[in-house]
Structures are given as structure tokens and as C-alpha cells.
Design a protein around this ligand. Structure first.
Ligand SMILES: Cc1ncc(COP(=O)(O)O)c(C=O)c1O
Length: 377
């Protein structure tokens, strides 16, 4: 696990103690790329792309997968297929980062920002109910940082109105939801990214999973230039070399999930009992994929703890990316609302790397920071 990759299983560097960039161990991608290049079939129409889609469908246990060229494309095409466009509204949580929210604008739909439940990432069902209008066509569920969300209460509200629930599972490959099943398979469709930082990484890329045959067909049609039959579409096809990489790497996803869970266990064990720091609550029966290990600081301790992690070379998203509720982004000021739970969550969470390329020293460094900063002053 900790020496998986000769490129990065190197020395411990105290100036940059915990690299957050994950280099997956080789899974034969070079051979696969050689085969694709040799075949001369590099486009999205190559057999390898269909084979990748089939393998993904098997892994997730769904009827249909459509491979596309990014997670953003997956979200955009799924929203379009669900009917999002000018004059419609899409509900999304205030915890959404820009890549979740931009596709709503790309559709020309109006984003309607909803609060999350206290200390969690699930859509607050009351706020969902309050913000549904006759123009609402979809809501986005977001297992951010790979942490499971219990959106069953929100889905009940949406189902009553016949509104689609679309999961932005771009960070959540292999996340287990409460009630069983993987993130991405709970709603009408699940959208994934395979950007280089994701658990399944092809550089750029993405895919949509769905059991809804009609929706799947619409997404396929839209992302493949309307099948060149005269209907409107875009070219969001995934190129064959990227599908070849994805196909090889998919085979190692399950063991990667186990490695991440084991590192997260080590980090969790470093949390002092009764301190102001705990893991972000996980709904019963669910499991994160540990895209990041996420800790939650008690109110009143969050600023000190975040600064302490930043000083230790482990800056939380609030410091590193200025992560805040969506409506604090200038582009989303016109859709401003007040979401106290999302505001608290953005300020109180600490995201830590838990990828299997971390050296023992890097894990030890992170664990020591957790123990130190998790003491009650
Ligand atoms: C939560 C979330 N949604 C959407 C995206 C968009 O994916 P991509 O970068 O593949 O377009 C990303 C990735 O950056 C993401 O993390």
C-alpha cells in the first residue's frame, strides 16, 4: 500500500510532508495504450470505449453507462436529458463547489441553492420542499469528498413531485450509501469524473450511470452529436486511449478502496477521545471512499484547528481553495440565499489526504497533527 509506486515511494520531505497528489500503481496502462495505438481506433467510437462502459456497468451493477469526456460533461448532458434549460430550475446544495454548479448555468437553467442537514451533506428535506416550484426539473445530490449522503428524505419529497434526483458522484467512486448500493446508483442517474485526481483517473474523462433506459438513451444521443441523425447534440465522447486507461485502472479500484479505508482507520485512531475534533458523521450502514478523510471541528475551535493543520502543511479546503457556500462565489451572487448548515460545514471541516500512495511517514505526520490539534486546549 505505502510503497505501491516506485515513482513516489521516495524520501520523506518535511517541507512538503504529505503529498495530496495520488499516483496510482501501474495496472498495465502502457500495454493497453500500445494496443489502442496499434489498432488505429482512437476515437470515441472504438470498441474499447464500449468495453469500458460495459465494465463500469458491471462494477456499479447498473443497466447503462455512457462514457464522456469529463465529469462536467456528464452533469451537463444528464441535466439536459432531465429537461433542464432556460426557464427551468435545478436545486443544488449550498455545499456545491463550482464544478457541480457550473453545468446548471451551461444548461441555461436557474440554480436554486438549498441548505444541507446539520453536520452533514444531505439536502435538507424541508428546504427542498420550500424551494420546489412549478419550474423545478431536477435536484443534485452531492456526496462531496466521497462522504455518503442520506438523501432518502429529500428524495421522498422530490418523488412526490416527479422531480429527478441526479447525483454528482464525481468524487465518490465506490462510496457506499445508507440503504445499500454505491453513490451514483441511488437517484435517476449518477455522474462521475475521471479527472487525474479522482479514484478512477484517466486524465480527463467521466461517465454517467443509470438504470433508466430512456434517460440513458437521451444522454447517449446528446453526447454523441445526436447520433448524426439531425437532432441536436454535442460531442462529449471519451477518446479510446482514455477508455483503455480507465478499463485497466478499474480493475484496481476495489483494492484502492480497501487501502484508503485502512489509512482512514489509522487517522481515525489518532483522534483524542472527547476532543473538539471528530470524523464527519457517516450515516449508518454507509462508507466513504476516502477521496479525502474529513474531520469536523466543534464550533468555537474551527479557526484554530484549521490554522493548525495549514501550519502542519495540511491546509483544509477552506484555506487552500477558499471553500465557502456556493452563493459566496461572485458568479452565484444572483442566486444568494442563507444556508446556515452549509456555512458551518464549510468553516468547520478539515480535508486530509488518505490515498494509498502515502508513505508511512506521511501517514504518521498526519496522525500526529490530528492528535496534537484534536486536544481540548
Ligand atoms: C464534485 C465535482 N463535481 C464535478 C466535477 C467536474 O468534473 P471534471 O473536472 O471531470 O469536469 C468535479 C471535478 O473537478 C468534482 O469534484
Amino acid at each position: 500500500m505505502t510503497t505501491s509506486n516506485p515513482v513516489t515511494a521516495a524520501r520523506f520531505d518535511a517541507t512538503r510532508p504529505v503529498p495530496d497528489r495520488f499516483f496510482p500503481a501501474p495496472t498495465g496502462e502502457l500495454d493497453a495504450l500500445g494496443e489502442v495505438l496499434g489498432s488505429g481506433r482512437l476515437s470515441g467510437g472504438a470498441e474499447i470505449v464500449a468495453a469500458y462502459e460495459q465494465a463500469l456497468a458491471g462494477w456499479f451493477g447498473v443497466r447503462r453507462v455512457i462514457a464522456v469526456n469529463s465529469g462536467s460533461s456528464a452533469l451537463h448532458a444528464t441535466l439536459v436529458a432531465a429537461g433542464a434549460g432556460p426557464g427551468t430550475e435545478v436545486l443544488l446544495p449550498a455545499t456545491a463547489p463550482l464544478p457541480t454548479a457550473l453545468p446548471v448555468l451551461t444548461c441555461g437553467a436557474t440554480p436554486v441553492i438549498v441548505d444541507v442537514v446539520p453536520d452533514g451533506l444531505a439536502l435538507a428535506p424541508d428546504d427542498v420542499a420550500a424551494k420546489i416550484t412549478g419550474r423545478t426539473v431536477a435536484a443534485i445530490s452531492l456526496p462531496l469528498w466521497g462522504y455518503p449522503v442520506d438523501d432518502r428524505p429529500a428524495k421522498q419529497v422530490l418523488d412526490r413531485e416527479g422531480i429527478a434526483l441526479i447525483e454528482d458522484a464525481c468524487q465518490a467512486h465506490g462510496t457506499r450509501l445508507p440503504g445499500g448500493g454505491y453513490a451514483g446508483t441511488f437517484g435517476t442517474a449518477g455522474c462521475f469524473s475521471t479527472h487525474e485526481r479522482k479514484l478512477l483517473a484517466t486524465g480527463e474523462g467521466g461517465f454517467v450511470v443509470t438504470d433508466d433506459a430512456e434517460l440513458g438513451e437521451k444522454i447517449d444521443f446528446y453526447t454523441h452529436l445526436g447520433h448524426l441523425r439531425g437532432g441536436h447534440g454535442v460531442n462529449y465522447k471519451l477518446a479510446a486511449p482514455l477508455a483503455a486507461i480507465g478499463l485497466r485502472r478499474l480493475a484496481a479500484l476495489t483494492s484502492q478502496l480497501q487501502d484508503r479505508a485502512s489509512i482512514a482507520g489509522t487517522l481515525r485512531a489518532a483522534l483524542p477521545d472527547g476532543g473538539p475534533l471528530s470524523e464527519l458523521p457517516i450515516p449508518d450502514g454507509a462508507a466513504p471512499n476516502y477521496y479525502s478523510m474529513v474531520l469536523l471541528a466543534e464550533p468555537g475551535h474551527a479557526t484554530r484547528i484549521a490554522a493548525g493543520f495549514a501550519e502542519a502543511g495540511l491546509p483544509p479546503d477552506s484555506i487552500r481553495f477558499g471553500y465557502r457556500p456556493l452563493y459566496e462565489q461572485p458568479l452565484f451572487h444572483p442566486y444568494a440565499t442563507t444556508c446556515p448548515n452549509a456555512e458551518a460545514l464549510a468553516a468547520r471541516t478539515v480535508q486530509l489526504p488518505a490515498h494509498p500512495d502515502l508513505t508511512r511517514d506521511a501517514i504518521g505526520w498526519t496522525a500526529a497533527a490530528i492528535t496534537r490539534l484534536g486536544q481540548r486546549p
